[in-house]
Design a protein around this ligand. Structure first.
Ligand code: SF4
Length: 324
């Protein structure tokens, strides 16, 4: 049994008395010690999917309109708010893109980690403070016993992201959801943070869902990949199978837009156009206005997902037919 199993997830946004679908029939699973990468441009539904898993849609215009989310054998949608809160931050934790919006600027980082620990563990302040120093050491903050008294603005961007990782790991979660954890960092710090997450996963066996718009980051770090476009998974496979045989034109477009260090190119290929907004009605394949391979059929008929190889699923009429 997978640690996390998402089946047929549907999310809609309430607007003007109507419910507009933003995530449609999304399914995937993650095992212990495994990293799933969810990739796509902004507005494709990646972050909404992660918020639904964490139970963070409440209080917004977003509605969970269908599907199930099973974690460690329990259906999360059937739990009471209190039961759900007990799991969040303890067995499941999340790292957000920009630590300055998640860390409280007026509290020392040590106090913030201690508070997180004591919400879920029966520890004295002294014990929690010792654990906070251990965690800062674990995420390679130099002189952790001294830095525990720092305020967020006294740390670099990379150090703040490490503090967020320390807070997320405070209660040894079984599942870590990292939503664009390195987007705000420069490339060298990005690599350090990704290496740190991989190292911690090896040591602690944590399952990770890594959300990114960057297929290069996903290629370096993930065991499995799900590519999302306009609320649907359009290609999914193990990372090895997907990168050996990219089968959806959108995935191909994402890959072609990544700079390659040892190749001299004047222009990077960009995918033309933009992700359609949620109120645009688009018959057929949602990617057809941007797809260089689109044919008449594509603007009329929404492709059903089908396997191009065992465990490699694609939503494109022509995938697996030697044309993509
Ligand atoms: Fe492109 Fe058609 Fe495939 Fe959609 S179904 S990705 S428009 S070729």
């Amino acid at each position: 049994m997978a640690l996390l199993e998402v089946k047929d997830l549907e999310i809609a946004v309430a607007a003007g008395g109507a419910l507009l679908p933003v995530v449609r029939g999304v399914s995937f699973s993650v095992d212990e010690n495994e990293t799933l990468g969810i990739v796509g441009e902004s507005g494709c539904g990646k972050s909404l999917t992660s918020l639904a898993i964490m139970g963070l849609l409440e209080g917004s215009q977003l509605r969970l309109t269908g599907g199930s989310i099973s974690f460690d054998g329990r259906e999360l949608n059937s739990l009471s708010p209190n039961e759900r809160r007990a799991i969040m931050g303890d067995q499941m934790a999340m790292i957000f893109q920009e630590p300055m919006t998640s860390l409280n600027p007026v509290y020392r980082i040590g106090d913030q980690i201690v508070e997180t620990i004591r919400q879920h563990r029966d520890m004295s302040k002294r014990q929690a403070s010792d654990r906070a120093v251990e965690l800062l050491d674990l995420v390679r903050i130099p002189e952790p016993a001294r830095r525990i008294d720092s305020f967020p603005h006294q740390m670099s961007g990379g150090q703040r992201q490490r503090v967020m990782i320390a807070m997320a790991l405070a209660c040894d979660p079984k599942l870590l959801i990292a939503d664009e954890p390195t987007t705000a960092l420069d490339v060298t710090v990005q690599k350090e943070v990704l290496d740190l997450m991989a190292d911690l996963q090896t040591r602690m066996g944590t399952a990770i869902v890594l959300i990114s718009h960057d297929l290069g980051v996903i290629a370096e770090t993930c065991d499995k990949v799900a590519v999302m476009y306009r609320g649907k998974i359009v290609e999914a496979a193990s990372a090895a199978a997907l990168f050996a045989n990219i089968s959806h034109p959108y995935t191909r477009g994402l890959l072609n837009s990544i700079p390659v260090v040892d190749h001299d190119v004047e222009w990077l290929e960009a995918i033309p156009g933009r992700v359609p907004t949620i109120d645009e009605t688009l018959p057929g394949c949602a990617f057809h206005p941007r797809c260089s391979m689109a044919e008449i059929r594509c603007s009329a008929e929404d492709p059903a997902p089908h396997d191009v190889a065992t465990g490699h699923t694609v939503r494109c009429h022509f995938a697996g037919k030697g044309t993509v």
